[in-house]
Structure formats: structure tokens, C-alpha cells
Design a protein around this ligand. Structure first.
Ligand code: ADP
Ligand code: MG
Length: 249
């Protein structure tokens, strides 16, 4: 049984089918990228998995359990952690505090006075570990709002990682970064994934980023999956090349 299974997942917005009958299996330990040109349905798929929007039809199963009807928060508790968006970062708080708060959100007994001190300690430890894995230890004490743009994007990943997710979900982690910042971020993520032990689902439109990071690639075009294979096979797929050229022309 795969850790994350999508079955016939479909999302319609009025006349637009953003996600069309997507079936997909993500095994534990995989770094799966979902790619496709703008408008392919990647973010919609991500929202369906994380519970931000409700599917028109189809199922998401996580560790054998159907997630329909569970809120984003409940899915996070179950072990699906998504990158926090820049807007959900507390800019005046340090990078370390942001990670600690993220970690705390997934720990049990966090609101009980007698659980407080130990939860705080455990959350701080998880946060610091995540910062270290993303190469952010040196800036851990700096307010998040004062970090470079590249470090802020990595901090978003660190916050999700602080929750010790069973599947780490990233939506375009290099979006908005300069070429140089993208290179740094991609190498940092490559190092993180190379350590093993993580299951990752990465949504990304940049082919270079995907080929550097992914162990398997699902290609979407106009809501549907048009290829699903290892990078070397996907790279030579004629339909994929056509979709990308068509998408950007
Ligand atoms: N909330 C929405 N309401 C109406 N249409 C939407 C909504 N979200 C996405 N879409 C449409 O669904 C399609 C897929 O969008 P999206 O998932 O954002 O693609 P991607 O992330 O691959 O660029 C697009 O045609 C987009 O306009
Ligand atoms: Mg998108």
C-alpha cells in the first residue's frame, strides 16, 4: 500500500475542470514532483490533498485512511504538513520562534498548563533541528521578516519540517526567487532529501528544479496526468515536451 493515494480526484470550478480524474500513488521515501505548465492544475491538486478545497469527486487516502471531510488542520495532525506561506510567517518573531510555533501546532497537550513546559521544550528542539537541516542555524535568532528572500522560502520549509511530517508538501518552493537564490535553495533541498527518510510531494513548474530534486515525476496538463515515471523517462516523453512548449508558447 502506498503512503499517499489519489483516486480519480476531480475538481471543477463552474465550467473549468482544474483537476481531472487524477490517480496517483506516492510510496514512503519518494520525492515526487508534480509538474506542468501554468494552469495545469498543480496548485488545485495540492489544495485537494491538503484539504483547502473539497473535491468534486474522487478520494485522497493517506496511510489507508480516506481523508474526505477532514479539515486542513486535521490533515496536518495526521502527518501531512505543507509549506507555510510567507503570509503565515510572523515577521517580528525570530526564525527559531516561527519554527517552534509550527512544531507546537502538531504536538498534543499543547494548551494544557501542565503540558506547557515539556511541549515548549520538545517543540523548540524540533524547530532547531529543522533549521539546521535547512542550513538556517546561523540566522535562527534573526526576525523572520529581516531574512533574505531565499532564506524566508527555506524557513517556510523548515516550519513544515518542524512538524515532523510523514509527507512534506511543497508548493513551488523557489517561486519568486532570483536565479542565484534558486540555485542555493535547490542545493539545500537536494541535501535535505538526500539524507533520506522523508516522503515529499513537490509541486513545481520549473523543469530544472524538478529534475534536480525528484525521484519520480507526475506531469499534469489541463488538469489531467499525461505522464508519471522516473525523471529519465519523463524527460524524453513527447507529450510532455509538447505540453511544455505549448504551455509556454
Ligand atoms: N478558485 C478557482 N476558481 C475558478 N477557477 C480556478 C480556481 N482555482 C483554479 N482555477 C482554474 O483551474 C485551472 C488550474 O489552476 P491551478 O491549479 O492554479 O494551476 P497551476 O497551479 O498548475 O498553475 C486554471 O484554469 C485556473 O484558472
Ligand atoms: Mg500553481
Amino acid at each position: 500500500m502506498a503512503l499517499l493515494e489519489l483516486d480519480g480526484l476531480t475538481k471543477r470550478y463552474g465550467g473549468v475542470t482544474a483537476v481531472n480524474d487524477v490517480t496517483m500513488r506516492v510510496e514512503a521515501g519518494e520525492v515526487r514532483a508534480v509538474i506542468g505548465p501554468n494552469g495545469a492544475g498543480k496548485t488545485s491538486l495540492f489544495h485537494l490533498i491538503t484539504g483547502v478545497v473539497t473535491a468534486t469527486s474522487g478520494d485522497v487516502r493517506f496511510d489507508g485512511r480516506v481523508l474526505s471531510g477532514l479539515s486542513s488542520y486535521q490533515r496536518c495532525q495526521a502527518g501531512l504538513s505543507r509549506t507555510f506561506q510567507l503570509t503565515s510567517l510572523f515577521p517580528e518573531m525570530t526564525a527559531r520562534e516561527n519554527c517552534r510555533v509550527a512544531a507546537q501546532a502538531r504536538l498534543p497537550r499543547r494548551w494544557q498548563p501542565w503540558g506547557g513546559a515539556s511541549v515548549f521544550g520538545e517543540a523548540s528542539k524540533r524547530g532547531d533541528e529543522a533549521l539546521e537541516r535547512l542550513g538556517l542555524s546561523a540566522v535562527a535568532g534573526r526576525p523572520a521578516g529581516l531574512l533574505s528572500h531565499g532564506d524566508q522560502r527555506l524557513l517556510e520549509v523548515a516550519m513544515a519540517l518542524s512538524q515532523k511530517p510523514r509527507v512534506l508538501l511543497l508548493d513551488e518552493p523557489t517561486q519568486g526567487l532570483s536565479v542565484e537564490e534558486t540555485l542555493t535553495a535547490v542545493e539545500t533541498l537536494a541535501g535535505l532529501f538526500a539524507g533520506g527518510g522523508l516522503t515529499v510531494l513537490l509541486v513545481e513548474h520549473d523543469m530544472e528544479v524538478v529534475f534536480r530534486l525528484a525521484s519520480k515525476i507526475t506531469v499534469m496538463h489541463r488538469g489531467s496526468v499525461i505522464a508519471d515515471d522516473v525523471p529519465s523517462v519523463v524527460k524524453d516523453d513527447a507529450a510532455v515536451q509538447a505540453a511544455y512548449l505549448g504551455g509556454y508558447a
